[in-house]
Write a protein that binds this ligand. Structure first.
Ligand code: C2O
Length: 574
């Protein structure tokens, strides 16, 4: 038998045993879903257009599981673009083949083809989501992934007086263009200019009362007086961090990114793209209609953004005519550039329990994150400022996806020439990252497909340092395949001597996406206990398009349980 056919044999055996694992435990359940990617006609902002959807729904279907369940989702592409689906925040222990970022863990599913994602949701509870991970398809191809405590065994830790929340309401915040988002990003990639900003922010797919032709479709959430409900917020917007507030009501945060937090009462949330926030709200105000409103937290100076405001209505007492005739109460939102409001929120979150941090750090990484400009080369279209093209990078490397095979396949089959393992642990040049005027010589990154190798089990500390190149901005940095503790964040340049003392080693929040402060830094820690290739990137799609990404390659440990599974037989080919 050739080594490749014996490998296929063993992979078939492994799949068979995995399928058994999914169905034989008594409490965990296997769920099967079919996602058909197809166009659907919708009307928003007075205009009809065709959008890409899952099963014709926008937002897409909500998946509801219990911790420990196994999900099997067959994705069939009946659209006209390549597509993949990413299960944002799911750790995918040993199942990197089901993670979804195109050309990182799989080749895209071509029109007419299908691929079945199989994975177990383990050790995570709360709200996650799924979205397309090809070009800008996630603008409309996304939905909630709700994880409740293990069936019959566990309960919410925030149950009050023995009462769980009466209703659970997924709230997906999105961004809408009066154009096909794929055309928007293609135009930007062609010209080198920044892509068009969106035309609306949405709540569960609807812009709401403050936009033209939208009032009659405003999202309304019926609730009853006195109920305590769980609102599961997901920021699925492409490029916009959002402030969220609910008129007349306090929100008590109990979870973020499918990790529980100590209850934190607030009137405003800041949720960055990729992040989720679970809040409890007691509807104890005079019966009536109350606006939920969201609009941009725009941290970059002089950079255009969508400054519109989306609204939805919480309605208790709609039936009495005295309340429907009045317009709903509107909350006060922070100013667009209110960095103190954003910081006050993110730094108030604490993990529910004491953190399980490794006592040692094996890998001390320092990554700069920011945008940049490529000088124009001959024959290129250079629509960026002063005849340049926009770009972005981590440690001066602007990430380039391979095109013939995914990085994970190249790693598994030891195919050379697809990527190099020389991603730098530190920026190639140390400079004053957050200075008012960073020298122009430092604005041009180098394109590359580089990974950073981690030994199985390595304890990683990563300083994410924002730069003031072109324009400083808050960057929501997401790591696939991992949750991490956020030990500290601050402004200016990270100073190990002074800032290490500020680390919260007791109850830091655990997340999968950290909003790195504008012209500042954040420090995260995780243990590399999940072998595979894991993309890390800014969750502003405009920035990932420009290359603000890199990948960790986590090597196998000892034995099957510390090793990446074999690829499924239907893994798409490029
Ligand atoms: Cu939610 Cu790589 O993304």
């Amino acid at each position: 038998m050739s080594s490749s056919s014996s490998r296929t044999m063993s992979s078939l055996l492994l799949i068979a045993s995995l399928a058994l694992l999914c169905s034989t435990t008594t409490i965990a359940k296997q769920q099967y879903h079919e996602f058909v990617i197809k166009e659907a006609a919708v009307t928003r902002l007075c205009k009809s257009q065709n959008i890409m959807t899952v099963n014709g729904q926008f937002p897409g279907p909500s998946l509801e599981v219990n911790e420990g369940d196994c999900l099997v989702v067959k994705v069939t592409n009946k659209g006209r673009y390549n597509v993949t689906v990413h299960w944002h925040g799911v750790r995918q222990m040993r199942t990197g083949w089901a993670d979804g970022p195109e050309y990182v863990t799989q080749c895209p599913i071509r029109p007419g083809q299908s691929y079945t994602y199989r994975f177990t949701v383990q050790g995570q509870e709360g709200t996650l989501w799924w979205h397309a991970h090809s070009s800008w398809l996630r603008a409309t191809v996304h939905g909630a992934l709700i994880i409740r405590p293990r069936r019959g065994v566990a309960a919410y830790p925030f149950v009050n007086h023995g009462k769980p929340p009466v209703r659970e309401i997924p709230i997906l915040l999105g961004e809408w263009w009066n154009m096909n988002p794929i055309d928007v990003v293609r135009a930007a990639t062609r010209t080198g200019a920044a892509p068009n900003i969106s035309d609306a922010i949405t709540v569960n797919g609807q812009p709401g009362d403050l936009y033209k032709c939208s009032s009659k479709d405003t999202t309304t959430f019926p609730v009853n007086s006195g109920e305590t409900n769980l609102l599961r917020f997901i920021n699925a917007a492409l490029n916009t961090e959002l402030f969220v507030s609910l008129a007349g009501h306090t929100m008590t945060v109990v979870g973020a990114d499918a990790s529980y937090t100590k209850p934190y009462a607030t009137s405003v949330l800041m949720i960055a793209p990729g992040q989720t926030t679970d809040v409890l709200v007691t509807f104890d105000q005079p019966p009536g209609r109350y606006y939920l409103a969201a609009r941009a937290y725009a941290s970059a100076q002089g950079v255009p953004f969508d400054n519109t405001t989306t609204t939805a209505i919480f309605d208790y007492g709609a039936s009495s005519s005295s309340t429907t005739s009045k317009s709903p109460a509107m909350p006060t939102l922070p100013a667009y550039n209110d960095t103190s409001a954003a910081t006050a929120f993110t730094t108030s979150l604490r993990g529910l329990r004491k953190a399980e941090l490794p006592s040692r750090v094996d890998e001390n990484l320092f990554f700069t994150v920011g945008v940049g400009l490529f000088n124009c080369s001959q024959g290129q279209s250079c629509g960026g400022p002063n005849n340049t093209r926009f770009t972005a990078s981590i440690n001066n490397v602007s990430f380039v996806l391979p095109s013939a095979v995914s990085i994970l396949q190249a790693h598994y089959h030891t195919t050379n020439g697809v990527f190099t393992a020389d991603f730098p642990a530190n920026p190639p040049v140390a400079f004053d990252y957050t200075a008012q005027n960073v020298s122009r010589g430092l604005w041009q990154p180098v394109p590359g497909t580089k990974v950073y190798k981690l030994k199985y089990g390595a304890a990683v500390q990563l300083v994410l340092q924002g730069t003031n190149i072109f324009a400083a901005e808050n960057h929501p940095i997401h790591i696939h395949g991992y949750d991490f503790y956020i030990l500290a964040e601050g402004f200016g340049n990270f100073d190990a001597a002074a800032d290490t003392a500020k680390f919260n080693l007791d109850d830091p929040p655990m997340r999968n996406t950290v909003a790195v402060p504008v012209n500042g830094w954040a420090v995260v820690r995780f243990v590399a206990d999940n072998p595979g290739v894991w993309l890390m990137h800014c969750h502003l799609d405009v920035h990932i398009t420009w290359g603000l990404a890199m990948a960790f390659l986590v090597e196998d440990g000892v034995g099957v349980l510390q090793s990446l599974e074999a690829p499924p037989p239907d893994l798409p080919l490029c």
